[in-house]
Design a protein around this ligand. Sequence first.
Ligand code: PGA
Ligand code: ZN
Length: 433
Amino acid sequence: MSEIAKLEALEILDSRGNPTLAVTVTLSSGVKATAKVPSGASTGKREAVELRDGDPARYGGKGVLKAKSHVETEIQNHLRGFDANGQATLDKALCALDGTPNKARLGANAILGVSLAVARASAADRGLPLYAGFGNPSANLIPAPWFNVLNGGRHADNSVDFQEFMISPVGAPSYSEGLRAAAETFHALKSVLHKKGYSTAVGDEGGFAPQAKSNEEPIELILEAIRKAGYRPGKDVVLVLDPATSEFFEDGEYIFAKSDKSRRSPAQMVELWENLLGKYPEIWALEDGVAEDDLFGWKQLTNTLGDRIQLIGDDNFVTNPELFRQGIKDGIANAILIKLNQIGTVTETFECIELARKNGYGAVISHRSGETDDTSIADLAVAAGMGQIKTGSTSRGERIAKYNRFLEIEKELGPKARYAGAGVYDRWQAVKA
Ligand code: PGA
Ligand code: ZN
């Protein structure tokens, strides 16, 4: 048995230049591992609390020295001597030590840093790659990625209200061929934008951020890019949208403040999706099509489109098993987005993935808009075996790090590697369109 011997934390920067934590654990065996914590911008209200110092003299109040000190004092004192292979026991102890329902006292950033560093150390200690160390030694399914090639909303300073326009190479025969299709499409999109006189600068997740004429124009631009790259939209490469509507839902209305200033009721928002998905059958999944506080909208959306398309809940479920259970009871969405730092421990994250599997929901592993070079989510996605991940565009080092990690996993698995591709969508009609 290898025990936790030492915990250290470092205040580092994320991809937006904001402070975040790197936590390093040393085991009694001498094995050392580090995890780096991501950070969101369009966060759900009920996410676990990311502890920030609030000291205006440092990083505009965004420092994480308090969280760092929690790791190195209270958490270290409590966990020293714990079995590093007992992830569930250790995560439970972390939650109990924090004592709040949302990890507000010690900070979800401090807690996740420790939880994930221990997962990494434990795998290394047992001589396993992280995807196998997470608990499934026969894990071999490499997910179909969603590449966020065009950014809007809170992730870009442009005229587009919808946050993410993604492409997924579901028709590729393997992960590496899918990655190539995505990168080629990304480059084709650059030339399409350039020709139209649009900026080819990128947003927070590495997608282009043009001053598009509407929230719909990006779809047309991307379809053109897919064709230009030599692929068939809706067959080789499909589209996924995350409009992140909670960000523009105010007093019961959706307000398109960045584009045409129009307003929509929840029923009208659902109607917009019905029309858009009818017009573009190449769109195979929709995340946060309505806002976290719009339960009426979620029910309406699920009733109208739930058998046609994958509807993913992000801001409403926030990777929280309790909230997700309630959502399943309410019959809303048919898939969940999985972000480790929304809940703060590895164990609770897997609890959500299991809930999804048992209830016939999809589960899509996700990065945050503020990232580091940590690649744990790639291994998490393979371990989960649910066949989908979103981790940005084929641009920006912190996004590429994850995509490159899958290449390593694919190589390591050799002939055992399977690529998720279109099979994930078989239960939705869109796949037959
Ligand atoms: P965030 O955005 O990381 O800024 O919260 C990602 C998402 O909404 O899916
Ligand atoms: Zn989202």
